[in-house]
Design a protein around this ligand. Structure first.
Ligand SMILES: O=C(O)c1ccccc1NCC(=O)[C@H](O)[C@H](O)COP(=O)(O)O
Length: 213
């Protein structure tokens, strides 16, 4: 079975085109103003209109309130809400019910102990995303930091819901990350950028090729 790839932080039509041409199955749009990948809803709607049926458009949010979620989903056709903040399992369930949309919850990992949190989220979310815990700096983003974690802690593990691997994946390490973790789906952002917030179409193409070998 081939690995499904999500290219996150798409903020330009050229990047969307490269992701689609290379066979990405998920395209992520970041709705977090502090991020260099943030897209305002009008541009996000334009990008989402490029995405064909069968490729899922994912909206990434960090501790959003319902008003902000409504502001975005009323303008941008999304298939999946990604929650990348400190949302509790109850808040995940509340968002899923309020917006009648599938939800993917990011679990921030630096050691095997952090995986315990996934059990509760697997009861309420539709998907899990294992991402590296951000650095302790106050200026650090909650994700998209290009930091890997120890993939061996995922070896042989199973959860009640489908899961993705992310955190510091690049063309150079993605095959090893898939082999060690056993991931069926993966997610990348900074590993396909030539500078923060700027996706490089060639890197997207090369990453998608490397992930499929
Ligand atoms: O990308 C961002 O700017 C971002 C901001 C706030 C929360 C999450 C964010 N990104 C998450 C992702 O793009 C990915 O899901 C994941 O963290 C992988 O990122 P990377 O390590 O850069 O490949």
């Amino acid at each position: 079975m081939s690995v499904q790839v999500k290219i996150c932080g798409i903020n330009h039509p050229d990047a969307a085109a490269a992701a689609l041409a290379g066979g990405a199955r998920f395209v992520g749009l970041v709705f977090f103003e502090r991020s260099p990948r943030h897209v305002a809803p009008p541009l996000a709607a334009e990008l989402a209109r490029m995405i064909p049926t069968g490729v899922r458009t994912v909206g990434l949010f960090v501790d959003p309130d319902n008003e902000y979620l409504e502001h975005v989903v009323s303008q941008v056709p999304l298939d999946l809400i990604q929650l990348h903040g400190d949302e509790s399992p109850a808040r995940v369930a509340e968002i899923k019910a309020a917006f009648s949309m599938p939800v993917m919850k990011a679990i921030k990992v630096s050691s095997v102990e952090d995986l315990a949190a996934a059990e509760a989220y697997a009861q309420v979310a539709d998907r899990l995303l294992f991402d590296a815990k951000p650095p302790a700096k106050v200026t650090a983003l909650p994700g998209g930091n290009g930091i890997p974690f120890d993939w061996t802690i995922l070896t042989g593990r199973t959860w009640a819901k489908p899961w993705m691997l992310s955190g510091g994946l690049t063309v150079a390490n993605v095959a090893e990350a898939i082999s060690i973790s056993g991931a069926a789906s993966i997610d990348v952002s900074s590993g396909v950028e030539d500078r923060p917030g700027h996706k490089d179409p060639d890197l997207i193409r090369d990453f998608l090729r490397a992930a499929s070998h």
